[in-house]
Write a protein that binds this ligand. Structure first.
Ligand code: GLC
Ligand code: GLC
Length: 651
């Protein structure tokens, strides 16, 4: 009944909106009638779904219809203004909706200032991206921000202006176009949970304009903040206790989940939803192909809950997505939900986010590297990594953020691991305090109230290279490099899109110089955001250097991946190696099958021959990594941190 009712209201609303919209847009429509028809077709296809979502979110507002009509108007205009080359891309993506699933996909992410000073400089490195094989490039937030600390660009003052130190909007559009011509999709952040306190909306709120105060969560006293805080977690406990910041000018409390200068937007207000949709369309029409939905878990607040992963958060993204399908069908969403694995998965759906970071795999690869025991990784990957079909994980080892130990406590308990003690161990291990640890990492955001701690550090430093180099020990150096390459191989072969945090491909170490920059000193995530040292690369490009070994192996594995049809996304099955040090999985697709086995220990390990026959489905195999043959008539032997990509050979 209720759905019938909603459907009827949807029809009625569209029937009222359309004639007025056609009238308003008359000059555009007569200029390009075919494009208008295409839009109307998509509008009709999506409307009742969108209406239902919006009605559930905002139907209680007396002016719901006003917002709805304005929203559809903005969507129509955005489509009509969309550049022709992007419309061509839309058509292409609609025809090949699985374009991002191929094994050709390889992602990279970088900070423009640290990589190439500015956008103009970035243009001169496109050959480098191609040489590495990238088809996806995420530029860390590059919009206008407050001077000084701006959370690495995540406090945005204006979504339509590039930070002048990095370049201009025109340059960004030009970079997007050039990348697209080279087969590289531009990925940018949609920092939509909060704005900087310098954003025009925040300034007008601070100046006392009620309309803009309603854009944020602003409270006259501690009554509600205290009630909310009973259930909230502190994301940056060393910045501030609690999630609210006192604003002197307004003499009010502002909701600030992250830093005090990042004001959470109030999505219960339909005007906020609408305003952010327009920012989204602006980015889409500038040539962004994938939007990374920053801090997506936090966008809806509900008293008495953690205010993370609320059902409305999903509805908002679905509504964004439905609107994008009307006005920028090529656009994909990537979820950045760094929460419990089961909650991460809930954002992944063709109508929500087709892509998602995989923080569980990331954290558990580091967990297994520390323990040399793959059981928790195996269990979690077997039970908690399946996602709906037209979607993909984005797999990574390090990103610009810290590592948090996100795994399911019951998974740990089921194999005899005490979750709290285990997290303590991992933190001690990765801060190098645990005796015998190879890692050099820094403790991030220690919370004395509950003992929570996360880890900062680069791939190479956490994998042991920093300590090994300091000790000038060739054996330790070799082990560290092997760890790095094995982890890299897993991310390239386990399914989804592998994402390289640029600098990793050369094994860049922690950079401690952030401590003397007062805008960065309080946030040690800067230790793993080193500057790319182009001047040194000529020196590194010498087969004798460690950097070269890491780069060369990375590039070789990428080439190998691209040639393996079995690695097309999907068809990943974790196997039981019956050896706690060996993590194995089968990749099966397009009539090809690869059996991949990784040794997480610095000692040789073996997998029984019957396992090899069972999962490899044969007797003779070629290992694509070494080119050697392996036989299933004897146990499968792996050296320290060795990994094998095995393919069955015809008898
Ligand atoms: C995201 C970013 C992180 C930032 C936070 C606030 O999680 O990855 O770097 O601090 O959001 O925007
Ligand atoms: C928390 C948040 C995540 C953010 C990170 C920054 O883990 O869940 O969104 O990136 O903090 O440190």
């Amino acid at each position: 009944m209720a759905t019938d009712w909603t459907r009827r209201q949807a029809e009625k609303s569209l029937g009222r909106i359309l004639p007025r919209l056609r009238q308003d847009m008359e000059p555009d429509i007569s200029g390009s009638p075919a494009e208008w028809d295409a839009f109307e077709k998509r509008l009709r296809r999506e409307f009742s779904y969108l209406f239902k979502l919006l009605f559930e979110l905002y139907g209680g507002h007396y002016d719901f219809f006003y917002h709805l009509e304005a929203l559809i108007g903005a969507t129509a205009r955005s489509w009509m203004e969309r550049p022709h080359d992007l419309k061509a891309l839309d058509a292409d993506r609609e025809e090949h909706p699985d374009w991002f699933q191929t094994q050709e996909m390889v992602g990279g992410v970088l900070y423009v200032d640290l990589f190439s000073d500015n956008l103009a400089g970035l243009g001169s490195h496109i050959d480098y991206f191609k040489e590495l094989g990238l088809t996806y490039l995420h530029l860390m937030p590059l919009f206008a921000v407050p001077r000084g600390d701006n959370d690495g660009g995540y406090a945005v003052s204006n979504y339509r202006a590039v930070n002048p130190e990095l370049g201009t909007m025109e340059q960004l559009t030009e970079v997007a176009t050039r990348l697209r011509r080279e087969g590289i999709s531009l990925v940018l952040d949609f920092v939509f949970n909060h704005t900087a306190d310098e954003h025009e909306w925040a300034r007008r709120a601070a100046a006392g304009e009620p309309e803009f105060q309603e854009f944020y969560h602003i409270f006259p006293d501690r009554e509600l903040p205290d009630q909310y805080e009973r259930h909230l977690r502190d994301i940056f406990p060393t910045v501030r206790k609690g999630s609210f910041t006192w604003h002197e000018g307004m003499e009010r409390w502002v909701w600030t989940t992250f830093n005090s200068f990042q004001w959470d937007l109030n999505y219960a207000n339909p005007a906020v939803f609408r305003a952010m949709v327009e920012e989204m369309f602006f980015l889409a029409n500038a040539g962004v192909e994938v939007l990374r939905l920053d801090a997506v878990a936090f966008i809806w607040k509900r008293l008495g809950t953690s205010c993370e992963n609320q059902p409305e958060a999903h509805k908002i993204i679905r509504a964004f997505n439905a609107l994008a399908r009307m006005a920028a069908p090529a656009l994909l969403f990537k979820s950045e939900a760094i929460v419990h694995p089961d909650e991460v998965i809930r954002y992944i759906d063709s109508r929500e986010c087709r892509l998602s970071y995989n923080p569980m795999l990331m954290a558990l690869l580091w967990e297994a590297l520390a323990t040399r025991d793959v059981r928790l990784l195996e269990l979690a990957m077997r039970n908690r990594s399946r996602i709906p079909d037209p979607c993909a994980w984005v797999n990574y080892l390090r990103c610009h953020d810290d590592i948090g130990w996100t795994f399911d406590d019951n998974d740990a308990l089921s194999i005899g691991i005490d979750p709290a003690a285990h997290r303590r161990f991992l933190n001690e291990f990765y801060t190098g305090q645990f005796p015998g640890s190879f890692a050099s990492g820094l403790p991030f955001q220690f919370n004395p109230a509950n003992g929570d701690l996360r880890i900062s550090g680069t791939l190479a430093s956490l994998a042991g290279l920093e300590q090994a180099l300091a000790a000038s020990d060739p054996l330790l150096i070799d082990m560290a490099v092997r760890r790095i390459i094995m982890l890299r191989s897993i991310v390239l072969s386990v399914g989804g899109i592998p994402l390289i945090y640029l600098g990793e491909e050369w094994g860049l170490l922690n950079d401690y110089s952030f401590a003397s920059d007062e805008t960065k000193a309080r946030d040690n995530r800067w230790v793993h955001r080193p500057r790319t040292r182009w001047a040194q690369m000529d020196f590194w490009k010498n087969p004798q250097t460690i950097e070269w070994r890491i780069y060369d192996e990375t590039a070789r594995l990428i080439r190998l991946r691209k040639g393996m049809r079995a690695l097309y996304n999907g068809g990943m099955e974790v196997i039981g190696t019956e050896n706690p040090h060996l993590f194995g999985y089968v990749r099966q697709k397009n009539g090809r099958r690869l059996l991949i086995v990784n040794n997480f220990s610095e000692h040789p390990q073996a997998m029984a021959e019957n396992r090899l026959r069972l999962y490899g489905l044969g007797y003779r195999f070629v290992d694509h990594i070494s080119g050697n043959e392996r036989s299933a008539r004897e146990p499968l032997q792996l050296g320290p941190y060795e990994f094998l990509w095995l393919e069955n050979q015809p008898q």
